[in-house]
Design a protein around this ligand. Structure first.
Ligand SMILES: Cc1cc2nc3c(=O)[nH]c(=O)nc-3n(C[C@H](O)[C@H](O)[C@H](O)COP(=O)(O)OP(=O)(O)OC[C@H]3O[C@@H](n4cnc5c(N)ncnc54)[C@H](O)[C@@H]3O)c2cc1C
Length: 496
């Protein structure tokens, strides 16, 4: 049995993983001691504000009440991503609700005949509700349940802080110190992590959550990166926080805005008390000063006095995520640029998989590591393909960045064949083998049709569903996001 786990790193990866493992062990009646070591000197990355709907399952699994999350992480509801300018001057949505099947062939021809109808509006109610700022749930619905699928925008630093106190209250040991070196046995197993407090912390399993430093897996065990830079050109971000007392938008958006720019794209995320904005760009086409100037110019004069942060990153993944008795989770394992908010999802997936495999690891450590590495690679490759799609089918050629991002050599081989097929037809279920994918047929349809890539009709007997009754009923019954958040805040204040 795995009796002790040492996690190094106290960002989102460290605290989500620690809490998931703790909750699973406690439910299974296992007495596994979890210790999280966090540097008091090295800050967390401080970004990671947009999530995908699985976050609800994860936080519920951990046991954090939804109201607690909304208050402590200043979270808002996210129901879709709105893409602007990925084809010059155009806009489309990637919503979390799925088009309904089966619909009739007749409806297919109707959609084809009315091809000037936007695909997203035809097949998703959330795209229409987002215009009116409608929340995906009512105050009467149970926590983490809604009328539509939803995720959150949240303050990543505040979420990690809340998960830290939540985990400590439930028995996770928290050490504030620096891991200065790692003792590795001749067999290549970690036997202790050594801290600047003079401790040598030993465990059955070590989890590396040290962010881009990757102190255990990359550093002590020497596992190299596999780069995705050929397919995802962006490698920098410049970010700002805009408090609402400096500038408040007319309404709090229920979506992430992802606007394509000359050398990448820009996010705009509305939290309860501030916005987070960031220009993700390629350093081959823009330098830091020019990127910051572009971000400031786009935002307006009200951000003149606000500080900007510059972040360097690489899209890539360690050649193996699990080696011996060490597994890396979060940025220490890998990163795919933030376009579809997959960073926290990768952590949720890893934390849940490790929790499920603890007994496997005790019984068959090598097979467990090999199997975990396979599923982890498959997941990264799946997300890589989906992100690559957003760029390579763009019709933009107006800047050197867009010429490079759409060039033939930037297309993933795996995607290339499917793109040839999708030019003539919409994706079918057979284009997405494998269970439980993060991005499958529906997601691809919204991107491919949103970008007007497909010439033929939508396949698989879909058509234009009549969403008017659903949209009308939802508008009547569901509150606006700000009204719902105000209710949550009032209830929390009364409880306190
Ligand atoms: C520009 C950008 C935008 C992003 N946007 C999103 C998004 O919208 N949605 C999303 O899901 N994800 C996003 N991500 C990814 C997301 O930020 C990360 O996946 C997430 O924050 C996890 O980070 P982490 O915990 O792995 O690393 P970090 O936050 O960097 O934490 C590392 C931790 O390790 C500790 N540490 C390091 N070295 C030592 C040591 N020697 N001893 C002790 N402790 C140590 C540090 O103190 C820190 O606590 C984004 C990432 C980037 C770069």
């Amino acid at each position: 049995m795995v009796q002790s786990i040492v996690i190094v790193g106290g960002g989102s990866a460290g605290w989500i993983t620690a809490n998931l493992l703790n909750a699973h062990c406690q439910r299974a009646g296992r007495k596994t001691q979890i210790t999280l070591v966090e540097s008091p000197d090295i800050p967390t990355i401080g970004v990671g504000e947009a999530t995908v709907p699985t976050i609800r399952r994860t936080l519920n699994d951990i046991g954090l009440p939804e109201r607690d999350l909304l208050v402590s992480a200043e979270a808002t509801f996210k129901t879709l991503i709105r893409f602007q300018n990925w084809n010059a001057g155009e806009s489309y949505d990637h919503p979390f609700d799925r088009r309904r099947r089966p619909l009739t062939d007749d409806a297919v021809s109707r959609w084809t005949a009315q091809n000037n109808l936007p695909f997203d509006r035809s097949f998703s109610a959330l795209t229409q509700l987002a215009d009116d700022n409608v929340a995906p749930k009512s105050p009467r619905q149970a926590q983490y349940q809604g009328s539509f699928p939803y995720a959150y925008h949240l303050d990543a630093v505040k979420l990690a802080n809340r998960l830290a106190s939540f985990g400590r209250e439930r028995g996770i040991q928290h050490r504030l110190c620096n891991v200065t070196d790692v003792t590795v046995s001749p067999e290549g197993l970690i036997s202790a992590v050594n801290t600047d407090h003079g401790d040598a912390l030993a465990a059955d399993l070590y989890i590396d959550c040290t962010g881009f430093r990757s102190a255990l897996l990359g550093g002590a065990l020497g596992v190299k990166m596999r780069s995705f830079a050929k397919y995802l050109l962006c490698d920098r971000a410049v970010t700002m926080r805009i408090p609402y007392d400096v500038h408040k938008p007319e309404r709090l958006l229920t979506y992430t805005l992802a606007t394509a720019r000359d050398a990448g794209w820009q996010w705009d995320i509305n939290l309860q008390n501030r916005r987070g904005i960031g220009y993700v760009y390629s350093s081959a086409f823009l330098n830091e000063d020019a990127a910051e100037a572009a971000l400031r110019q786009h935002e307006g004069r009200h951000c003149d006095q606000l500080e900007a942060r510059h972040i360097r990153f690489t899209s890539g993944k360690r050649q193996v995520s699990w080696k011996g008795n060490c597994v890396a989770v979060g940025l220490s394992d890998g990163f795919l640029e933030p376009l579809e908010s997959s960073g926290l999802y990768l952590i949720e997936f890893a934390g849940l998989a490790i929790a499920t495999m603890l007994d496997d690891f005790a019984a068959a450590p090598k097979a467990t590591a090999r199997y975990y590495n396979r599923i982890s690679d498959e997941l990264y490759d799946e997300i890589l393909g989906f992100l690559n799609l957003h760029y390579v089918i763009s019709t933009r050629r107006d800047t050197p960045f867009w010429q490079a991002a759409t060039a033939d050599e930037a297309i993933l081989d795996d995607l290339r064949d499917r793109l040839e097929l999708w030019k003539r037809r919409s994706p079918t279920q057979f284009d997405f083998p494998g269970a439980d994918r993060l991005f499958a047929q529906d997601s691809y349809e919204f991107i491919l049709h949103g970008m007007k890539y497909v010439d033929g009709p939508v396949s698989g007997a879909p058509g234009v569903p009549d969403l008017s009754a659903l949209v009308g009923k939802s508008r009547a019954e569901l509150p606006e996001q700000e009204a719902l958040l105000a209710l949550v805040q009032r209830a929390a204040a009364v409880q306190a």
